[in-house]
Design a protein around this ligand. Structure first.
Ligand SMILES: NC(=O)c1ccc[n+]([C@@H]2O[C@H](COP(=O)([O-])OP(=O)(O)OC[C@H]3O[C@@H](n4cnc5c(N)ncnc54)[C@H](OP(=O)(O)O)[C@@H]3O)[C@@H](O)[C@H]2O)c1
Length: 260
């Protein structure tokens, strides 16, 4: 997809963090029509003030609820009849010692990060197929490439997003729908407000890399250090030693890392 100008974009979680930064960058690229789903209407409504010259279809709903997904997609279908870009960005995290993460938080992470993303894609796919040139973007995480301790359920959900993306990309080969997967690492968004980390990426930079990747037709946009990714894949026991050195620090900073 060489240009994003005048593309019609559906995005989950566009009201804050990386999602808001993606809306900002898309707006700069000439996107004027956005359909955005998120649970807090207040966050969504703020988009209208932030981008007064864009047209927003806002839906206050939960992607963990199939009826909300269907209603959102149906509203978009009635309005546009097609969609050029679907960005599955919404996600939640509940970290810390595995046995201390509540059952509810484990279930909710899977429901939002995996099942919600998959069902949103399933129900919005006919709209993408109605577009002459479409893109599907799934937001995974660097933790899908290198799973760190104290993020076991979250890392599992983001690995599922990676596998889903790869499979659907290959399945859709005969359609003009490109599939791009974004792998952010620690990024300074509300999701990270409970965990203190030095040198986080800015959501603006992450969004800019994603847009460049979409325009370039990249299948993966990876923010992780590739030397670490390769070492983790090729010599995981050696990489375990590196992680051991960070164990206490990660344990401490993930104790309160919960953004649900
Ligand atoms: N920040 C990082 O360091 C980082 C690193 C790797 C990957 N990621 C991934 O990047 C994506 C964006 O995260 P972020 O850092 O920008 O976090 P964020 O600021 O908390 O944004 C998440 C957005 O998703 C929406 N959302 C959450 N659950 C939802 C649901 N059930 N239904 C509809 N919308 C929902 C939230 O809005 P409501 O609360 O109003 O619903 C919010 O707008 C997530 O998939 C996250 O896992 C983030």
């Amino acid at each position: 997809m060489k240009s994003l100008e005048n593309k019609k974009v559906m995005i989950s979680g566009g009201g804050s963090g990386i999602g808001h930064a993606i809306v900002t960058e898309l707006y700069k690229e000439g996107v004027k029509d956005f359909a955005v789903i998120g649970r807090s209407l207040e966050k969504l409504e703020a988009l209208k003030t932030d981008f007064p010259n864009a047209e927003f279809t806002l839906y206050s709903g939960d992607i963990a609820k199939i009826e909300d997904i269907k209603e959102f997609v149906s509203i978009v279908n009635k309005k546009w009849g097609s969609a050029d870009v679907l960005i599955n960005n919404a996600g939640v995290v509940s970290a810390g010692a595995f046995e201390k993460i509540s059952d509810d938080d484990i279930i909710t992470q899977v429901n939002i990060n995996v099942i919600g993303l998959i069902l949103m894609t399933k129900h919005a796919l006919p709209l993408l197929k109605n577009s002459k040139e479409a893109a599907l973007v799934n937001v995974s995480s660097g933790l899908a490439l290198i799973s760190m301790p104290f993020y076991a359920p979250y890392a599992a959900t983001k690995s599922a997003v990676k596998a889903f993306s790869e499979s659907i990309r290959r399945e859709l080969k005969d359609f003009p729908i490109q599939v791009t997967t974004l792998y952010p690492t620690a990024t300074d968004t509300p999701m990270m407000s409970e965990t203190k980390l030095e040198g986080m990426h800015s959501p603006e930079m992450v969004a800019q890399k994603l847009i460049a990747g979409i325009k370039n037709g990249d299948i993966d946009v990876i923010l992780s250090d590739m030397d670490n990714v390769i070492q983790n894949r090729e010599n995981p026991m050696e990489f375990d030693k590196k992680v051991e050195g960070m164990y206490d620090a990660i344990k401490k900073r993930t104790e309160k890392h919960r953004s649900m």
